[in-house]
Design a protein around this ligand. Structure first.
Ligand code: GDP
Ligand code: MG
Length: 216
């Protein structure tokens, strides 16, 4: 049995932390905020960003950084909404590396941009474990995933500055219990606000957009 993986893991984490710190410094210097949206594949993260693009138009300038294992579909969806969007392709990578995010951020305009919204690779585990220098992590959970997910993936929900509960337009067709979901978040000591919304109908998007603007 070799133990060499332990120092390698440590070195990777130290390197990652340095890039995250460089990102924090750049954001402070530019007076920009970076939000790291984390949720399962298909949770509705891109639909949420598309709805935000419509809700925030003319109120704030923002760019999007997309993370996926392959393809540029999500960046194209945001570009179609008139948003500057850059896709990072991670291949086998299960989360966005701090270094890649920093390099993309550096190439974004230094002025005239208030927010950078990052859609991390679809996954409730790895993106929660890596600091990318974000202002805040935001947890995205769709009602089709079940109300128990905060109990199973507490690291993400505990760290998140807000939990966004998506696809609430589907609630009449499901047995998803909102009270149980809130109780699960309370149980893991997630103090953050919960926003119930639908990227499809636009319900609840306004309240979440207003909250984001207050983080400016
Ligand atoms: N009914 C409903 N469907 C949604 C909503 N948001 C996303 N979807 C659907 O869920 C699927 C995944 O959405 P997408 O935004 O690509 O999720 P992502 O993988 O988290 O970025 C697509 O088929 C969307 O049309 C929503 O609020 N309501
Ligand atoms: Mg997506």
């Amino acid at each position: 049995m070799s133990h060499t993986h332990i120092p390698i893991y440590r070195a990777v984490m130290e390197d990652s932390t340095r890039w995250a710190e460089a990102t924090r410094a750049l954001l402070t210097e530019r007076r920009q905020k970076l939000f790291n949206f984390i949720g399962s594949p298909g949770a509705g993260k891109t639909a949420l960003l598309e709805a935000l693009a419509r809700a925030l138009k003319g109120r704030v300038q923002f760019a999007v950084i997309e993370g996926d294992c392959a393809g540029t579909r999500d960046a194209e969806r945001l570009a179609a909404e008139g948003v500057q969007a850059v896709q990072i392709v991670t291949g086998a990578g299960c989360h966005l590396p701090a270094e890649s995010v920093h390099q993309v951020l550096r190439d974004l305009p230094a002025t005239g941009l208030d927010f950078v919204l990052v859609e991390n690779v679809g996954n409730l585990v790895c993106p929660a474990a890596f600091d990318i220098g974000e202002t805040a992590k935001l947890a995205v959970l769709s009602v089709t995933e079940g109300e128990d997910k905060p109990l199973k993936y507490p690291t993400l929900f505990r760290q998140a500055a807000a939990t966004v509960l998506t696809k609430v337009d589907l609630l009449p067709h499901l047995r998803f219990n909102l009270a149980k979901c809130r109780a699960a978040l309370h149980q893991i000591k997630a103090a953050a606000p919960v926003f119930e919304l639908s990227g499809k109908t636009g319900q609840g998007i306004g309240a979440f957009a207003d909250w984001l603007l207050r983080q400016k």
